[in-house]
Write a protein that binds this ligand. Structure first.
Ligand code: PHE
Length: 450
């Protein structure tokens, strides 16, 4: 039914695609602002510890199940099952993951649409079309539908082209551009007056906050979202990976790249906010907290770019291009989750499946746009706060308890023959059975209590 399954052509292709999925708005917007509102470098520290202690093992669970089953998330989890109950449970978890991935994509599309609209604004300055510029940067249902729709089309075009010609090709092209733009912007912002103060706030830890439950809960949520965990994205990408590659090594590289880029993005955003303050802009809200939500990205930073004179126009282009690229390499990985299931389960051709599902997801985005106040925050909480951690626990349980240990070992051994004697194999199997589910659940309950 599925015919020949696509596959990443190389190790680099996989790393670019998986890191592209992981590195998104969560890194460039979420991480720096969470850091700023959670005691600066104390958050960075806790985040890195949790990323390696909790998120990396969960990422491994997804990659191993995916490459073992070589199929979409529903078939993979049900094929791992060793009884009717676990097979049905697996399919149920798979379908739930698909729904959550689709819902994440539906709000991500809206936010990405805002990024593209703001990317258009500096061009209206260059072309001397101020009215168009105002339209692009003023909230309206029409603007959101047009730009959200445009972004959804880009995502569908890439996914419709398949694994190697779509996901891999575009991630490999766009990720270096993303890193280049990020570094360029940092170099510029750090030379501006006020930047050093932001850098200090970002890098000096307030150690008294390290054990703050809110900080820990936020850091875990951020780590899971940032590594695209729980919804089957990494499982599906793992299923396109050749048996010759070492999973623990590639998983570690992806985690490192994701953490590295999140940290680097902080070197841009936090100093930029303090440069804005130096230029006379308000950066704290009435409660004395640093402005972190949409107004940071769509008001504070654009006003900062304005205050930079002619150079500001180009800085704005670079900044919103960076955001748009980060969004697209992540959104394609979300769309691949339902598309791979439909292609493999129904035999409907890839392009057709992509446009069908992409259209349905865009209808959800449109519903959110039209009922913005009631739905936007609700969908974000439902998916990232409540569903991703629970799905993460289920994936650890499937890897640790349901998939037979011999099969698990055979899978990690493939591409890494001496793994049995490594630290990874000594720790990970027990870890993913007990420590990960318990720690995730404890943190999750804390977040509900908070
Ligand atoms: N990791 C992406 C980000 O940081 C978001 C994402 C979540 C992507 C879930 C895929 C699946 O923005």
């Amino acid at each position: 039914m599925s015919g020949a399954r696509g596959q990443f052509s190389s190790k680099t292709g996989f790393v670019m695609a998986a890191a592209g999925s992981a590195v998104g708005l969560g890194n460039i917007w979420g991480f720096p602002t969470q850091t700023a509102s959670n005691g600066g470098a104390a958050f960075v520290l806790v985040y890195f510890v949790l990323a390696f202690l909790l998120a990396y093992p969960a990422l491994m669970a997804e990659l191993i199940i995916g490459r073992h089953a070589k199929s979409n998330v529903v078939s993979a989890l049900s094929s791992v099952g060793n009884s009717t109950f676990t097979r049905r449970l697996g399919a149920g978890v798979g379908y739930y993951g698909i729904i959550i991935a689709s819902l994440i994509l539906s709000f991500y599309t809206i936010v990405a649409g805002w990024m593209i609209a703001h990317l258009g604004q500096p061009f209206t300055v260059l072309l001397d079309m101020p009215e168009a510029g105002t339209w692009l940067t003023t909230n309206s249902t029409t603007r959101d539908l047009i730009f959200g729709g445009g972004f959804a089309c880009i995502t569908m075009l890439i996914i419709g082209s398949g694994i190697e010609n779509g996901i891999e090709k575009w991630s490999t092209r766009l990720m270096p551009v993303l890193i280049g733009l990020l570094l360029l912007l940092i170099c510029y912002v750090l030379t501006q007056p006020g930047a050093m103060e932001g850098l200090k706030i970002y890098l000096l830890p307030d150690m008294s906050r390290v054990s703050d439950p809110k900080l820990i809960v936020d850091a875990m949520g951020q780590a899971f979202f940032s590594l695209s965990l729980g919804v089957g994205t990494m499982l599906v990408y793992g299923s396109y990976l050749s048996k010759e590659e070492s999973l623990p090594r590639l998983g570690a590289i992806v985690t490192l790249v994701d953490c590295g880029i999140a940290f680097t993005a902080g070197l841009l955003i936090i100093p930029a906010v303090y440069v804005a303050q130096h230029n006379g802009l308000t950066i704290f809200d009435e409660a004395g907290e640093l402005i972190a939500g949409p107004s940071l990205i769509f008001q504070v930073l654009p006003s900062l770019f304005d205050s930079m004179g002619a150079a500001g126009t180009y800085v704005a282009i670079a900044f919103f291009a960076l955001m748009s690229i980060a969004a697209v390499t992540s959104s394609i990985s979300m769309l691949e989750v339902p598309v791979s299931m439909v292609v493999e389960k129904t035999g409907i051709e890839r392009k057709k499946s992509t446009y069908l599902i992409g259209f349905v997801i865009f209808l959800i985005s449109a519903t959110i746009i039209v009922n913005f106040d009631a739905l936007f925050g609700f969908v974000i909480d439902l998916t990232t706060k409540y569903s991703e951690p629970l799905l993460g626990v289920m994936l650890c349980i499937f890897a640790g308890w349901v998939l037979h240990r011999d099969k698990l070992l055979a899978e990690v051994k493939s591409g890494h023959p001496d793994i049995e004697h490594s630290l990874f194999w000594k720790i990970w199997p027990t870890y993913v059975r007990f420590v990960c589910p318990v720690l995730i659940l404890v943190t999750f309950t804390q977040s509900l209590a908070g």
